[in-house]
Ligand binder design. Sequence first.
Ligand SMILES: [Mn+2]
Length: 358
Amino acid sequence: MMPEVKVMFKKLLLSLIMSFQAAMNIGRRGIHSLHTVNKVPKNLLEEGQNRVVEASLTLVREQAKLKGELVRAFGGAKATSALLGVPLGHNSSFLQGPAFAPPLIREAIWCGSTNSTTEEGVVLDDPRVLADVGDLPVQELRDCGIDDDRLMNIVSESVKLVMEQDPLRPLVLGGDHSISYPVVRAVSEKLGGPVDVLHLDAHPDIYDRFEGNKYSHASSFARIMEGGYARRLLQVGLRSINSEGREQGKRFGVEQYEMRTFSKDRHFLENLKLGEGVKGVYISIDVDCLDPAFAHGVSHFEPGGLSFRDVLNILHNLQGELVAADVVEFNPQRDTADGMTAMVAAKLVRELTAKMSK
Ligand SMILES: [Mn+2]
């Protein structure tokens, strides 16, 4: 190898390693050093963790309460979608950038380059249509050494706090796809029965475990189906599915619609009627359901996907009571410099809001 090529290669490798390390270090700010100090009493750490958990839930509780009170004071709303950010990226098997997504989605929702009316004429700057209860401080919780068993329960708890404030309904901003498990679980537990789940994604995310992680973003729908939180699970946009994905799909009775037959399935998928006889409909949108041509800012590029209009046709024509939703896996670290995919994720949120609020 020529010496200058060697230097270039070394530099490239170094920058790759550095960006990988930066991604791996999300949520590992300081507490990990505490584990090396054996003189720290265990109860000191536990009591501190409990205080931070309580403060985190108090923040969500009080924000939801205030927004609920405001909506009720205005009057006339039967359902108001409430944004709840869950900036969690460490259960991704690849890149962790989705931990940075919620504030960028919010910024794009209110971006001056477009107005605040959705395609079907719903006006978003009415607080009875779209409320915001802020972000669950996931990285702060992780920095206190909170493990995933507890963190997932905290995510569920925060969703329930939103649902307690009638007429607020949770519209969750991810985060990687692992958050859909604690969110759907909370929705089902709070409503007292299963929902029908419409899941748009390039991947079925139904591995029993992925790389040993039962909370992996590739396993969330296995947990949802095991828990009995969904009566029907329709997966749309699939184009990266292996034999385990198909077997798990069969095992749980999942209706899997693959891209290779989309032209045949289109009519059915653009005229869905869901949620009757159960507690309603939950929609989970992984931004990578879209072809990478429409959404560059995702961790897993999988060509051959849905167009943005395909997704809107499915959403606009769906009949059913939308009780909660999530938009996950937008990775700002992979977005174009002009933030194109942030606008894509924001428009999905805006159109879901229009579907949910009334
Ligand atoms: Mn995916």
